[in-house]
Design a protein around this ligand. Sequence first.
Ligand code: ATP
Ligand code: MG
Length: 424
Amino acid sequence: MNKFQSLRGFNDVLPADAPAWRHLLRTADEVFAAYGYAEVRLPLLEQTELFKRSIGEATDVVEKEMFSFQDREGDSLTLRPEATASLVRLGLEHGLLHNQQQRLWTWGPMFRHERPQAGRYRQFHQLDIEAYGLAGPDIDVELIAVSARLFRTLGLSGLTLELNSLGGPDTRAAYRAALVAFLEKHEAHLDADSQRRLRSNPLRVLDSKVPATQAVVKDAPVITEHLDAESRVHFEGMQKGLFDLGIAFTVNPRIVRGLDYYTRGVFEWTTTQLGAQGTVCAGGRYDGLVEQLGGTPTPAVGWALGVERLLMLMKAQNAPVPGYSPQVYVCSLGEAAEREAARRIEILRDALPALRLILNAGGGKLPVQLKRADRSGATLALILGEAEAAKGVIQVKSLRENTPQTECAWPELPARLSALLSPN
Ligand code: ATP
Ligand code: MG
């Protein structure tokens, strides 16, 4: 029979990698809560139309990356490629957005039918944080500060922050005209997608990954020269705010972001340590999106972080990850001792609920059980033979140091273990 394999671009997370995932998510949870952001959880499937209308028809995501299908009722559904559209849908559906301020975050798998490579998958995960009802630039700065603190708390360094402003509708119109005039002169050197987008959605051409197109775009006019007055004030405010917090950045007028809904301030955190997939976190403002999806005009800003890319960076920088391996392995020999151990260990777990302890299962002679204990990564073995069972004691043996084995009465065991095991 054929062996099953996971789908291309869909990854498993094995026990050895899970602690880093858990550490990243726990740290993010703590940092987001510290700034007053509330968690929401979103479904993985939505109506296809939600993404078409928000992300934009002439984007890579909608044109070629969505996992869309018809369900049994003939409705077109899509595995979410990102969280913002769903978050706005949630906010509108539950009345969280009208005349309110909301600080929200979520996380989970996203799906895009891309060419899988290191740092680019078909199922990947994003941490996503967004604020609604706040026009900024103070909140734009806060959101960037949250990301900077997350990186710092994880022990990461060397990430670069790049900013740009895409302006409001006036900026877009003026810039669009200047950009089209420039691109038309170089049309022959653009890739086919970009030639098409030159008419449908010219800003997207700036986001092309095709080297020949990138070479043309290098000399294109820059959007920051066309900023409307309000967007200029907003952009300056962002820069001042970041300066006040000591968060270094550079302005990069080439950043347009891959989704159509962005306006005004946009930013990316990049690293040179991950090769071509160097953008770890990206976001910006999308003041028109709520209205576009049927709500009243509501300013909004947020970012999404690629979890797999951040984990790769943590690995590359050897960022510390707390271990979650068991601390104690309990060996018991013979039926009477096994039953005694099972009963006593449940009582021990009442006393030390956080203790990570494996109770040997499936019998075995002492050397076999000790080998399992060693492989488990535990620091201590507890050994219960028939003699110990009769006497109401247990042997405490270090698996990592050459110290003598000692006897301990069950009532004293919680205190003894707490003293022997490091708080980690
Ligand atoms: P890229 O330019 O790398 O394709 P993007 O502009 O499509 O990124 P966003 O939609 O802004 O990315 O998503 C935010 C972040 O999510 C990215 O900066 C990246 O870290 C991560 N990300 C996006 N697509 C993928 C993917 N296919 N696999 C892994 N991570 C991804
Ligand atoms: Mg992309």
